[in-house]
Ligand binder design. Structure first.
Ligand code: ASP
Length: 330
C-alpha cells in the first residue's frame, strides 16, 4: 500500500456560549495555546492523531475554567456527570498498517460518568479495551479501574466556581426567576497526522441546569464527535439540537463536496440555525485543511505545520431566527 503524505493539522475549541467575561479571556487563551502546543508537539514528532487529540483534551479537562473534567458544570442535583467521546479513522502508526488507507474506523464514548479525572481517557479505554462504543454507570467505572484510568473523588472535580454557579442556578429555579446565561467551556479537538490518520474528541460537564441522567451530544458518536477517512468534526453547544441534527456526521459527510470552512459554516447555519440553537463546530479534512464556525462566542486554537500555533476568538455567524419556539440554551 502506498504511504500518503499529509500536512498535519490540529484544531481545538473551548466551547460555544455566551461571551466570556473579559477578566477570564487571557487565562482561557493561555490555556488553549498550551493545550494546542501539547498536541502540536506530538504531531511534530510524527505522533498519532489519536494521541494528539487526547493530549489536547486532557490539558483542557485539567484546567478549572473549562466545563470538562475538573471544573465541570453540575447537574441540578449538584452532582458531577461528564460525557466524552473520541473517534479514529485510519490506523495507528504502531499497528504496522499504512494509516488512512485501510478504511478502518473505531470509537469510544462514556456518558454521565464521575470519579475519573479525565473522561476522555475512559472513552479511549472503551475504544481500545472493549468491543463496545458507549459505556455508562458502574461498568464504565469498573473499566476505568481495570484500564488504569486515574480515579478521583467527585469532590476533586468540583471547583468552587462550579458550585457557586450551581447555587445561583438552583436559587433562580426555585424562585422562578431567569438566571444569567453561563456554561461556556466544553472542549473538543480534531487532528490529522502525517500518515493520514484522522481523529476527533470531545469532553464536557454538560449544559447548565441539566437533570441527573441527561446525556448530551458529546457522548454520542455522529452528534458531538465524528471522524471518517474524509475528515473529522467536534461540536459544542445545545446538545439536544446537535443530537437531532446528527451534526458532526452530517458535516463530515458534506466534505466530499466542500472544504471544511464551508462544511462547518453550513452545519451551523443550516442545521443549528434551523433549530434556533447555539453552538459551534471545528473540522479538519483528509488534506489537512481546517474549518470552524459557530453562532455564539467560541475560542479556537489551531496548529498547522508551516503556520505554527495560533489562537482566535472568531466572529460568530448570525443565528437566523425562525418563527419556531426558541430552543437556545439559557
Ligand atoms: N454540547 C454540550 C452538551 O450539550 C454542552 C456544550 O457544548 O456547551 O452537553
Amino acid at each position: 500500500m502506498t504511504r500518503r503524505s499529509v500536512i498535519p493539522a490540529l484544531v481545538a475549541h473551548g466551547g460555544a456560549g455566551p461571551a466570556v467575561p473579559a477578566d477570564e479571556r487571557p487565562e482561557r487563551k493561555r490555556a488553549m495555546l498550551e493545550a494546542v502546543r501539547r498536541g502540536a508537539d506530538i504531531l511534530k514528532d510524527g505522533g498519532d492523531a489519536l494521541d494528539v487529540v487526547v493530549a489536547t483534551i486532557i490539558a483542557l479537562e485539567d484546567h478549572p475554567l473549562f466545563n470538562a473534567g475538573t471544573g465541570s458544570l453540575l447537574t441540578i442535583d449538584g452532582s458531577v456527570e461528564m460525557d466524552a467521546s473520541l473517534m479514529l479513522a485510519g490506523d495507528r502508526s504502531d499497528s504496522g498498517e499504512t494509516a488512512g488507507g485501510a478504511g478502518r474506523i473505531s470509537a469510544g464514548a462514556v456518558a454521565a460518568v464521575g470519579r475519573v479525572r479525565n473522561p476522555i481517557l475512559l472513552a479511549r479505554a472503551v475504544m481500545e479495551n472493549t468491543r463496545h462504543v458507549l459505556m455508562v454507570g458502574q461498568g464504565a467505572e469498573r473499566l476505568a479501574r481495570r484500564a488504569g484510568v486515574p480515579m478521583c473523588s467527585n469532590e476533586d472535580l468540583i471547583t468552587e466556581r462550579a458550585r457557586e454557579r450551581w447555587r445561583r442556578l438552583r436559587d433562580s429555579v426555585q424562585l422562578g426567576i431567569p438566571h444569567a446565561p453561563f456554561g461556556h467551556g466544553t472542549v473538543g479537538a480534531v487532528a490529522i497526522d502525517a500518515r493520514g490518520a484522522i481523529a476527533a474528541a470531545t469532553s464536557t460537564g454538560g449544559v447548565p441546569g441539566k437533570i441527573a441522567g441527561r446525556v448530551g451530544d458529546s457522548a454520542i458518536i455522529g452528534a458531538g464527535t465524528f471522524a471518517d477517512l474524509s475528515g473529522a468534526a467536534s461540536a459544542t453547544g445545545y446538545g439536544e439540537a446537535i443530537i437531532l441534527a446528527g451534526l458532526c456526521r452530517e458535516a463530515v459527510r458534506s466534505l466530499t463536496g466542500a472544504p471544511p470552512a464551508t462544511a462547518a459554516r453550513r452545519a451551523v447555519t443550516d442545521l443549528l440555525g434551523a433549530a434556533n440553537a447555539e453552538g459551534g463546530i471545528i473540522m479538519v479534512d483528509r488534506r489537512g485543511r481546517i474549518g470552524f464556525a459557530h453562532n455564539a462566542a467560541m475560542q479556537v486554537g489551531v496548529y498547522e505545520s508551516g503556520a505554527g500555533i495560533r489562537h482566535l476568538w472568531p466572529d460568530p455567524v448570525a443565528i437566523v431566527k425562525s418563527a419556531a419556539k426558541s430552543s437556545r440554551r439559557t
